[in-house]
Design a protein around this ligand. Structure first.
Ligand SMILES: [Zn+2]
Length: 432
């Protein structure tokens, strides 16, 4: 091959490369509104089904709502948190038009003893702006090496979505900073409140909203946050609690002792929860449980729960929202429930506030003062930023940013700088 010929090939390749860079720039440069009808919302209900080693995902129902609160700028996820990811591609151009990372109850259940002997299915929903034409709907799961594998892929015509009526519950806005489209919207859904508890719902919701708004970094971002309340009544006051022999069928069916863990307060009835949540704009759902017993739970981009009448309600609310809003990991490593090898220490975990030092550059390395020793030794009365061993339920090989943080200790308004940054980045993403 002559040099001139080689040059031509190189030249043509370069042109091709430039053209494709230009093309993808054009495609990415398209505002997402070109692909969506921003007057409607699409909800896709699906089921995760399987056991400890096998799982499948299939779509179940398609609903349309005649309103939309999405900011087009948030259509593509930038965080890559969570062990699942939904992606939506325009069927004509194959352009990615919507994506979002999330965690699931199903995936947690897969590591329980029950999953060794039983097959079960768990509900989930994807809520997104309504595509204008057929689209490819893809859900992928991460493996232990954090590589995605496609679990479900199908072409969907948005015309199959049926209109969905909203329930008749009253809704209120507790804290308003602006239009839902431009703000981070939290919806509080009460559970376990009887017909006569309407005043208690309002008082508890106000108290919990204050707990969020007075906790840093939320306290510095109150002009970017809206908090809504949907009034939901249950037949009888209280939350189901098998260990205290309290039996309740509350509106959201939240229960203590979830997955045999006494303080784990969760509901499997996710579709019912979304039916109610859709009454208000939301980027995050908080289920406020009418109980004085310590308990809660939080799953990334699904929901968080909190006990409304327990002493630590403000801590639990903000800790669980750390999981559900910003994909934060627990920074503690001693637990009632022993979880062995929860994290593979040869892989960098996805959560922003823990590291295995495999790819520390992607974590809080740029926040460390110069000369910080890695790992950092704990000094008395010193909570400085460093890299401290013990986090994510493991004493060895997983590291946290500070000795003490709200993601490790029962201390309200004590998020470390790394957790604060992750929460702030999430809220700013929804409000840009
Ligand atoms: Zn932290």
């Amino acid at each position: 091959m002559s040099n001139a010929h080689f040059f031509n090939i190189q030249h043509n390749m370069k042109n091709l490369l430039l053209t494709s860079v230009f093309l993808s720039f054009c495609l990415w440069g398209f505002p997402q509104k070109d692909f969506f009808n921003f007057k409607e919302t699409l909800r896709i209900d699906y089921l995760f089904e399987g056991n400890w080693k096998k799982d499948t995902l299939y779509t179940k129902s398609f609903y349309k709502y005649k309103f939309n609160h999405f900011n087009p700028n948030t259509a593509i996820d930038k965080f890559n948190y969570g062990n699942h990811k939904v992606e939506v591609f325009d069927s004509l151009s194959d352009v990615l038009i919507f994506s979002k990372g999330f965690n699931s109850i199903f995936e947690e259940w897969q590591s329980t003893a029950e999953a060794k002997t039983k097959t079960k299915s768990f509900q989930g929903s994807i809520i997104m702006p309504m595509p204008k034409r057929s689209f490819k709907f893809v859900i992928s799961n991460k493996d232990k090496q954090n590589n995605y594998h496609i679990k479900h892929s199908s072409y969907i015509n948005p015309n199959i979505a049926k209109s969905k009526n909203l329930p008749k519950n009253e809704t209120y806005t507790i804290h308003k900073s602006g239009k839902a489209k431009d703000k981070f919207d939290i919806v509080i859904i009460p559970d376990g409140y009887g017909k006569n508890d309407s005043e208690k719902i309002n008082l508890d919701a106000q108290k919990i909203a204050d707990g969020i708004l007075k906790c840093s970094p939320y306290s510095l971002l109150t002009d970017k946050i809206n908090i809504h309340l949907v009034q939901v009544f249950s037949g009888k006051s209280g939350i189901n609690d098998p260990t205290r022999k309290i039996k309740r069928e509350s509106a959201l069916k939240t229960t203590f002792n979830f997955f045999e863990s006494e303080r784990y307060l969760m509901t499997e009835e996710v579709w019912n929860m979304y039916d109610i949540a859709m009454l208000a704009p939301f980027d995050a759902i908080l289920i406020m449980c009418n109980t004085d017993k310590y308990g809660g739970g939080g799953i990334y981009n699904l929901y968080a729960t909190t006990c409304a009448s327990c002493t630590e309600y403000a801590f639990i609310t903000t800790h669980e929202m750390g999981h559900s809003v910003a994909g934060l990991a627990d920074e503690y490593y001693t637990s009632d429930v022993s979880v062995e090898d929860y994290y593979n220490i040869s892989v960098e975990p996805v959560e922003p506030n823990i590291t295995t030092l495999v790819d520390f550059d992607s974590k809080w390395k740029n926040m460390l003062p110069e000369g910080t020793e890695i790992p950092t030794q704990i000094k008395a009365n010193d909570n400085s930023l460093g890299v401290y061993e013990g986090a994510g339920y493991q004493a060895k090989g997983v590291y946290r940013p500070v000795p003490n943080c709200s993601m490790k200790d029962v201390i309200y308004n004590y998020f470390c700088p790394v957790c604060k940054r992750a929460i702030r980045e999430t809220i700013e993403f929804y409000t840009k």
